[in-house]
Design a protein around this ligand. Structure first.
Ligand code: UDP
Length: 162
């Protein structure tokens, strides 16, 4: 019983994915969206925003006190980012694999960072690192009414007359 309910919720797992300012400036928004769409994930929310410092302090709270914290906040707060929520089976762990290692020098070619970045301080995109962080980050960045509830037309069982 537990197993089947776990499977049910897994298909609706969600991750917070953000194209950072360098990704936006380098014209990689479409490329990143394309990869998530083509992998089979479902886009449930997206917006372009220049995040306020208070939001970023919460988003990166686990790094407070580290030496890269202030530069990181200035960098992410410097320009618009594209914040998104993607949904699908294992989207958190698969999304992290698609992004590649935090340090692009260690990211495999074929990953987003492995294909487009060379330094940790400009690593193109963010992805939640656990289900718990995903929930926290989605709550932080999006209101409930900004999350779209939709079903692919072709997967609906209905009579069509076109
Ligand atoms: N970061 C940095 N210098 C570091 C470590 C991290 O600038 O030495 C930045 C980088 O943008 C990274 C973010 O801080 O993506 C968050 O770090 P984390 O270790 O959580 O990596 P992520 O989850 O983003 O892969």
């Amino acid at each position: 019983l537990l197993k089947s309910s776990t499977r049910m919720t897994d298909a609706h797992e969600r991750s917070f994915i953000m194209v950072k300012p360098d990704g936006v400036q380098r014209g990689l928004v479409g490329e990143i969206i394309k990869r998530f769409e083509q992998r089979g994930f479902k886009l449930v929310a997206m917006k372009m925003v220049t995040p306020q410092r208070a939001l970023l302090e919460q988003h990166y709270e686990e790094h407070k006190g580290k030496k890269f914290f202030d530069p990181l906040l200035s960098y992410i707060g410097s320009g618009p980012v594209v914040a998104m929520v993607w949904e699908g089976l294992n989207v958190v762990s698969v999304g992290r694999k698609m992004l590649g290692a935090t340090d692009p020098a260690k990211s495999e070619p074929g990953t987003i960072r492995g294909d487009y970045a060379i330094v940790t301080g400009r690593n193109i995109a963010h992805g939640s690192d656990s289900d718990k962080s995903a929930k926290r980050e989605i709550d932080l960045w999006f209101r409930a009414d900004e999350l779209a509830n939709w079903t692919n037309f072709s997967s609906k069982r209905r009579r069509v007359s076109l």
